[in-house]
Design a protein around this ligand. Structure first.
Ligand code: ADP
Ligand code: MG
Length: 695
């Protein structure tokens, strides 16, 4: 058995491998590029490429691929073999040029109308800050993706740019504070990933799961999550075997898989890694989601990453734990023992408070998706209203700053367990508020509104950019100050006072909060189309253009892609529902009601004295529902046709949201009632009980 330290990173072209296999000068040049973003010389790239190829071939590789993250939301790869002909044979070759640049045909990736088909060329460029790795006999090279004319077509490029921006602005502030040894600042992310595991045979019997990733029909099981017996419950053997293999696969790829446990809903689980830089965390989260699905296949399971696979139990999200730290090893969001005296911390905190308030629309937009719309505001996930939770201590400190009063620190209290054999320990200074979308958790913020299938590149580039922008403003306000300390304190007070409306420490699920948030003027954008109507607001365009993250044209393209994807997904769901209704559910209920009628007739033929009332009542009830169900199926058809006929992407998305989805909900309700009255041998699909309780 291989020990974990040997297993870990064994498929990664990491620092250790580079040191072993690269000449010293090449290694140094590459590190410079990785650390400071300096351009890489082609002669250096040639040496790196050759070493990478040799290493990969020793691990059994025959191919390499530029791995990228187009706007589809899933990763893309095109495999090329290393073979180069020599006379009548071949040798394995890989050049610096092939490492640095790839040319996949870009015409079939969404571009939101940026790229005409005659300019189908797209380029992928090596991202040396995220290490290459080996999977399935292929060398994977993380890359960024852009069009022939240079437009950004992926999710990685804006993220890398935003990290640079935040670093530059934070370093300026730190230099102002005298910390001239800091040369770079990195954002760090630890994404907690939720998922469902269900049996493959059952999955195969459900057209809705196969085509849309979620159940479109399905009556509630007699048991759901009400006993709260699944959360942190002991892990069943089959799931444990899956999780073990998943950990090992991830460790081989250098993913720091750390925590695993059962989640709230039956069949729901979570995996959390140890945090890394935003860029690597994003690549690793994409890898994690792919490997989760691959490993499931080997266990005859299916891993569902949809945000709401089952009605009536919790859906799946992703918590984006986010912080900023310096190359000297300081976490800038760590309040220290005396936050009231830590002006540097308060400055960064104030910048984040201001950013979240001013760009609350962007934070809502970045987590919007057809799937996640089912969760936000459904009392299982943070609401669609963005607010921040600071915890008791920090909350009280911020209040005292705003009011100009003295702050009395609660100091970390000792938790006395009252049992001699148990050690006493220090309590965390902030309790958990599980309902807040953006919570301070000790030395980081936890952005909790993300859907489980989301590429975390988007929320992170937006977050980084908005904070960079505020830091830039802070630097301008402070750079010429005569008394820096006083100027900083005044700026912190002024900023917190102006943006205190975004801070909310109470229950985000309550109806009072919805009213209170409205009174405070906070946005409540309930659906993707509503959220995206703010994306191209001037302040947002200014933010991204000024910071050189994406252009106005690229933003318009992204907006179009999101709206289009939303409409397409709901269109597929609505068509799948009709297909299930017409081909399976209506015939099944018809057959069962016929059987009931036959039974009634047979009994009557024997003797009028035999009671048939129960069957008659059931027959009447089901037949009436079947009529309604057929009518609603036809109405859904009409609503979909109307939405699909619209040519304006925004109007179309609104039409799906406002007319198609409500009709789908109506149809489902009647369908689920029929399921409860139909004998299971007639019902065409595995029930929720089977789906949720058989693994
Ligand atoms: P919980 O949310 O259950 O309290 P933890 O406190 O264990 O979970 O942490 C959740 C995630 O936060 C982990 O992925 C962890 O690595 C990550 N995390 C911890 N510190 C930081 C940091 N400085 N920057 C980013 N993520 C962090
Ligand atoms: Mg968490």
């Amino acid at each position: 058995m291989t020990m974990v330290p040997e297993l870990f990173g064994s498929m990664v072209f990491n620092d250790k491998v580079m040191q072993e296999r690269l000449p010293k000068s090449t290694y140094k040049a590459l590190r410079k590029t990785m650390e400071n973003g300096e351009p890489l010389d082609i002669t250096v790239a040639n040496v790196v490429a050759n070493a990478m190829k040799d290493w990969a071939v020793e691990l059994g590789c025959t191919h390499f691929t530029h791995w990228f993250q187009p706007m589809t939301g899933v990763t893309a790869e095109k495999h090329d073999s290393f073979i180069t002909p020599t006379g009548d044979g071949v040798i394995m070759e890989f050049s610096g040029k092939e490492l640095i640049k790839g040319e996949p045909d870009a015409s079939s990736f969404p571009s939101g109308g940026i790229r005409a088909t005659f300019e189908a060329r797209g380029y992928t460029t090596w991202d040396p800050t995220s290490p290459a790795f080996v999977r399935d006999t292929t060398l994977y090279i993380p890359t960024a993706f852009c069009s022939y004319t240079g437009e950004v077509l992926d999710k990685k490029t804006p993220l890398l740019r935003s990290m640079e921006r935040l670093s530059a602005e934070a370093v300026k502030i730190l230099h102002l504070l005298g910390k001239t040894d800091v040369t770079r600042v990195a954002t760090t992310v630890g994404p907690e990933q939720e998922y469902f595991l269900i049996d493959k045979d059952l999955y195969d019997q459900r057209e809705d799961l196969k085509l849309t990733g979620r159940t479109l029909f399905g009556a509630r099981a007699p048991k759901g999550q009400e006993l709260e017996d699944h959360y942190f419950g002991s892990i069943k053997t089959r799931v444990a075997a899956y999780m073990k293999e998943l950990d090992e696969e991830l460790w081989k790829l250098g993913v720091l898989a750390k925590t695993k446990h059962n989640e709230v809903a039956p069949s729901q689980h979570e995996l959390a890694p140890i945090f890394s830089t935003s860029n690597i965390a994003t690549d690793h989260n994409e890898l994690t989601m792919e490997i989760m699905q691959k490993v499931a296949e080997r266990h005859h399971l299916v891993c569902l990453l949809h945000e709401k696979p089952f009605k009536g139990v919790n859906g799946s999200g992703k918590h984006n734990n986010w912080s900023i730290s310096t190359n000297t090893g300081e976490n800038l969001l760590s309040p220290g023992k005396n936050p009231e005296e830590n002006t540097q911390f308060l400055l960064f905190l104030a910048a984040i408070v201001k950013a979240v308030d001013e760009y609350q629309d962007l934070l809502r937009i970045t987590v919007a998706s057809a799937g996640n719309d089912h969760r936000l505001g459904a009392n299982e996930a943070p609401p669609a209203i963005i607010s921040m939770y600071l915890g008791d201590d920090l909350g009280a400190l911020v209040e005292s700053i705003i009011e100009g009063k003295d702050y009395k620190s609660h100091k970390a209290a000792k938790m006395e367990t009252g049992v001699d054999v148990l050690p006493d320990f220090r309590k965390d200074s902030s309790d958990r508020n599980r309902t807040s979308p953006f919570a301070f958790t000790g030395n980081k913020f936890e952005f909790r509104a993300l859907g489980s299938s989301l590429n975390i590149g988007c929320p992170n580039y937006m977050l980084n950019t908005m904070v960079a922008e505020e830091l830039h403003g802070f630097y301008d306000a402070l750079k010429d100050a005569e008394n820096l300390d006083e100027a900083m304190k005044a700026l912190v007070k002024e900023t917190l006072t102006a943006h205190q409306r975004i801070i909310f420490n109470g229950d985000n699920y309550s109806d009072e909060w919805v009213k209170e948030a409205e009174r405070r003027g906070l946005l409540n954008l309930k659906s993707l189309p509503e959220a995206f109507s703010h994306f191209l607001d001037q302040k947002n365009v200014d933010l991204f253009v000024k910071n050189n993250i994406i252009t106005a044209q690229e933003m318009a393209a992204r907006c179009e892609i999101e709206l289009e994807t939303y409409s397409k997904q709901i269109n597929i769901e609505a068509l799948t529902m009709q297909d299930m209704a017409r081909k399976e559910i209506i015939p099944a209920v018809s057959a069962f009601t016929t059987a009931l009628a036959d039974s009634i007739n047979s009994k009557r033929a024997v003797s009028a004295a035999i009671p048939t009332k129960a069957e008659e009542e059931l027959l009447l009830s089901l037949s009436t529902k079947l009529e309604t169900f057929c009518r609603l199926t036809a109405e859904l058809h009409d609503e979909v046709s109307r939405a699909a006929s619209l040519t304006d992407v925004e109007e179309e998305a609104h039409c799906y949201n406002e007319y198609v989805i409500p009709k789908m909900n109506e149809l489902r309700e009647v369908g689920d009632m029929m399921e409860m009255e139909t004998a299971s041998e007639y019902w065409p699909y595995p029930s929720y009980s089977e789906l949720l309780f058989s693994v």
